[in-house]
Design a protein. Structure first.
Lengths: 482, 203
C-alpha cells in the first residue's frame, strides 16, 4: 500500500479518494479545523504585470522576503503590445501606464531573484500558455496566479486556481494560502466529439449546462471518453474555462498523453522516472464519491457560439436565441440587458449575422493546434472584405513553431494580421480592442460587456468557427468548410 | 493595518442584475496602475456613463451597502473590484450568492460580502423600491441584519473571515507565524524543478 492510499491520521485503509482529495491532502501544512481554514502549500506561483505590483509593494512595506523565488516565474502578457516588432524593438508599450507596470515587474523580479520572461525573452507569452509549454506545470502540483484562468493548468492533473493580489502577497511571503476545502464536481463526458466540434465547443456546452455559477464552490474533475481523447491543448481549453462556470479549478487525471507532452520540456523533472512513478498514482479511485456529478454525451455536441454577455449564454451555431417565453421571469432583466447590449432579438438565429472582427488568440485558444485548425480553414481562402482578422499566438514559442510550419503565410495571404504573443484583444488594455458597436467572433473566454473594448460585442467560438466566419464575413458553420 | 468591520447602518443601492462580472465593476482600462488608490473613478465606469444609472441618484450618495443580484463578482480575479467598491464608499454587498474569488478578495479587504437567502433578498428589494432611503443595520458581531421595521435576521459569513474582521487579525501575519510548520513541510517535499534552473530550451 502506498502513502496515497492511507489515511494520514489513522494509518488505516482510507475511503476511495478523488484526484482532488489526493492533491489537497498532500499539500496540507496544517489541517483545517472548525472555523479555521487549512494552510495549503503552493508548488508553483505564476506572476504577471497587472496583479503583482501591489503584492510586491506590500512585501516591501513589511520588510519581508520572497520565501521561494525558485517556485515562482513571471511573464509579461496583459498590457503588452502585439504589433509586429513593437515589443521587442524596445518601444515596449504604447501606453506609459502599461510601461510602468512592466518596469515595475522587472524591478520586482530582479530584486527578489524571480525569473522573468520579459518581452525580449524567447520564453515570453501568456502566463497560461508558457507554464505548460515550458514544463513548469506538472501533475499533482498546486499552482496559483493572480489570474482566474489559472484553472488552465488543471489539464495536467494539477490543482490550479486564480487568486487576488492579497493572496499573491501571502504566497510570495510564505508559499502558502489559507484555504477552505472546496466541494467536488465530476463532469463526465461520454462518447466522442464529431467532426467540426472541438474542445472549445465541448466546454461551451458544459458551461451552458451548468450555468455560469453552476460550479461555484467546487473543483471540477472532467472524466470520460471524450476527455481522454483530447490532446493536452484541448484539455487546457476545457480546464481554462472552468472558471466561466464559477469553478475556481478544473482537473483532468494525468495519463500517457500528459506524460508524453511533458517529456523533454525545459523544466520537466530531471529525475524523470521518479516523477513519472509518482504521477501515475494521481487518479481518482474507483468508487470515490464526488459531491455532485453531471453527464454529457459528446457525440451530440455541435459547434457552439455565444449570443449574450456571459459564457453561459450559448447555443449551437445553427440555434436560436432563447425567447422571453422560455426564460425564467426572475432572470428577465438580466436577459433583456444582454439582448439590448448585443443588439439581438430573442428567438432569432445568429448564423449569417454580419461581423466586423475575428480574433484568434487568448489563453483559451492560442496554441499551435488552435492556429493549425484556423489555418486549415483559411488555406487558399480570403478574409471577407469589411472584416478585420487578428491572429495572435499565445507565446513566442507558439509563434516560432507556427512560422516553421508556414501557418503565418496562410494567415497573411488570406489578409489576416499575424501578431506578436500576448493577451491582445482578449481584454482591452494593450491597444488591441474593438471599436464601440463592433461585433467580433473571438476564440477567447469572456463575452462580457466591453471586455474586448468599451461598446464592443463578442461572440465566443472555436478557432474553426472563428476562421469560417472570417472567410464568410458573417457567423458561419465551420462544418461546411471542412 | 488589517481591515476591520463592526457594524454599519445605511440605505441600499439596488443593482438587481445577475452575474455582474468584475470587468463591469472595474474595466481593464483602470487596471493599469501599480497601487490601489483612486479606483472609485473606474467603478462601474461604463454603466455610469448612463445618466440614468442608479449610482447617480442623489438618495444613494452616501450609501454604504450594495444590494446585488445573483453571482455577483464573477469572472476575473482582479482584487481591484473590491478596492474600487471600497474606494467609492461601499462597505458591504448583499447577494444571494457570490463568485468565489470575489468573495474571498472582498472579505480580505474588509468589504463585507454577505450571502443572503432569496426570500430576504426579495424583501430587501421591495423595501428599497418602496423607500430608497430605508436604512438597514448590519452587525457582524451578532451576525444580524436589522430591517427598517426593527426585525432582526441572522446571516452567516465564513467564521474565520468574521473573526479576522472583528479582531483585526492580519492573515499574512497569521501565516508567517506558521514558518516552522512550513519549513518542516518543505523538508519533506523537495520540488522536482527549480524555476531558476531550466535545462536547455527545447526550441
Ligand atoms: S488571454 Fe485573456 S483570459 Fe487569458 S490571461 Fe490573458 S487576459 Fe486573461
Amino acid at each position: 500500500m502506498n502513502a496515497e492510499q492511507q489515511d494520514p491520521a489513522s494509518g488505516a485503509a482510507a475511503e476511495p479518494s478523488t484526484l482532488f482529495d489526493k492533491i489537497w491532502r498532500r499539500h496540507l501544512v496544517t489541517e483545517p479545523e472548525p472555523g479555521i481554514p487549512a494552510t495549503l502549500y503552493i508548488d508553483l506561483h505564476l506572476l504577471h504585470e497587472v496583479t503583482s505590483p501591489q503584492a510586491f509593494s506590500e512585501i516591501e512595506r513589511r520588510g519581508l522576503e520572497v520565501r521561494c523565488p525558485g517556485r515562482a516565474v513571471a511573464t509579461m502578457d496583459h498590457s503588452t503590445p502585439t504589433l509586429p516588432g513593437v515589443g521587442r524593438s524596445g518601444l515596449r508599450v504604447l501606453d506609459p501606464r502599461g510601461a510602468d507596470q512592466l518596469d515595475r515587474l522587472e524591478t520586482n523580479c530582479e530584486r527578489h531573484g524571480i525569473p522573468l520572461f520579459a518581452l525580449d525573452d524567447e520564453r515570453q507569452g501568456i502566463v497560461h500558455v508558457i507554464g505548460p509549454e515550458l514544463g513548469l506545470t506538472q501533475p499533482g502540483m498546486t499552482i496559483v496566479c493572480g489570474d482566474s484562468h489559472t484553472s488552465t493548468h488543471g489539464a495536467f492533473g494539477a490543482l490550479a486556481f486564480g487568486i487576488g493580489s492579497s493572496e499573491v502577497t501571502h504566497v510570495l511571503a510564505t508559499q502558502c494560502l489559507l484555504q477552505k476545502r472546496p466541494r467536488t464536481l465530476e463532469v463526465h463526458v461520454e462518447g466522442s466529439l464529431q467532426k467540426g466540434a472541438t474542445a472549445k465547443d465541448l466546454i461551451l456546452a458544459i458551461i451552458g449546462r451548468l450555468g455560469i455559477d453552476g460550479g461555484t464552490g467546487h473543483v471540477i474533475e472532467y472524466t470520460g471518453q471524450a476527455i481522454r481523447e483530447l490532446d493536452m491543448e484541448g484539455r487546457m481549453t476545457v480546464c481554462n474555462m472552468s472558471i466561466e462556470a464559477g469553478a475556481r479549478a478544473g482537473l483532468v487525471e494525468p495519463d500517457e498523453t500528459t506524460f508524453a507532452y511533458l517529456e523533454g520540456r525545459p523544466y520537466a523533472p530531471q529525475a524523470w522516472q521518479e516523477a513519472l512513478a509518482s504521477w501515475r498514482e494521481l487518479s481518482t479511485d474507483p468508487g470515490a464519491i464526488f459531491d455532485r456529478r453531471i453527464v454529457l454525451d459528446a457525440s451530440t455536441i455541435e459547434p457552439m457560439i455565444t449570443w449574450g454577455t456571459n459564457p453561459g449564454m450559448s447555443m449551437p451555431v445553427s440555434g436560436t436565441i432563447p425567447s422571453a417565453a422560455t426564460v425564467d421571469p426572475q432572470s428577465l432583466p438580466t436577459m433583456e440587458k444582454a439582448w439590448t447590449y448585443m443588439a439581438v432579438q430573442p428567438g432569432e438565429a445568429l448564423l449569417g449575422r454580419a461581423i466586423d472582427v475575428v480574433f484568434i488568440g487568448s489563453c483559451t485558444n492560442s496554441r499551435l493546434s488552435d492556429l493549425e485548425a484556423a489555418a486549415q480553414v483559411m488555406q487558399g481562402r480570403q478574409v471577407a472584405s469589411g472584416v478585420e482578422m487578428l491572429v495572435v499566438p499565445g507565446s513566442q514559442a507558439v509563434r516560432r513553431e507556427a512560422e516553421a510550419l508556414g501557418l503565418h503565410e496562410v494567415f497573411l495571404a488570406a489578409g489576416a494580421q499575424w501578431r506578436e504573443a500576448g493577451c491582445s484583444m482578449c481584454l482591452a488594455m494593450n491597444g488591441d480592442r474593438l471599436a464601440p458597436g463592433q461585433l467580433a467572433v473571438s476564440t477567447t473566454n469572456r463575452n462580457f460587456e466591453g471586455r474586448q473594448g468599451p461598446g464592443g460585442r463578442t461572440i465566443l467560438a472555436s478557432p474553426l468557427t472563428a476562421a469560417a466566419s472570417a472567410v464568410a464575413g458573417h457567423v458561419a458553420d465551420p462544418r461546411e468548410l471542412l | 493595518m488589517a481591515p476591520r468591520f463592526q457594524s454599519l447602518s445605511s440605505c441600499m443601492v439596488p443593482l438587481l442584475i445577475d452575474d455582474v462580472d468584475t470587468d463591469q465593476i472595474i474595466p481593464a482600462e483602470y487596471l493599469k496602475i501599480i497601487g490601489r488608490e483612486g479606483l472609485a473613478e473606474g467603478l462601474f465606469a461604463e454603466w455610469r456613463r448612463d445618466p440614468e444609472c442608479v449610482l447617480h441618484r442623489d438618495v444613494f450618495r452616501d450609501a454604504q451597502v450594495l444590494l446585488a443580484g445573483d453571482n455577483f463578482g464573477c469572472g476575473s480575479s482582479r482584487e481591484h473590484a473590491p478596492w474600487a467598491l471600497l474606494d467609492y464608499g461601499f462597505r458591504a454587498v448583499l447577494s444571494p450568492c457570490f463568485a468565489d474569488i470575489f468573495r474571498i478578495n472582498a472579505l480580505r479587504n474588509g468589504l463585507l460580502a454577505v450571502a443572503i437567502d432569496r426570500p430576504l433578498h426579495r424583501q430587501l428589494a421591495d423595501i428599497v423600491e418602496a423607500d430608497p432611503c430605508a436604512e438597514i443595520t448590519i452587525d457582524l458581531k451578532s451576525s444580524t441584519l436589522t430591517l427598517p421595521d426593527g426585525t432582526g435576521v441572522d446571516f452567516e459569513v465564513d467564521p474565520f473571515a468574521r473573526r479576522c474582521l472583528l479582531e483585526g487579525i492580519d492573515q499574512l501575519g497569521y501565516l508567517l507565524r506558521q514558518a516552522e510548520q512550513i519549513a518542516d513541510y518543505e523538508s519533506r517535499h523537495p520540488p522536482w524543478t527549480d524555476s531558476r534552473q531550466p535545462k536547455v530550451l527545447s526550441s
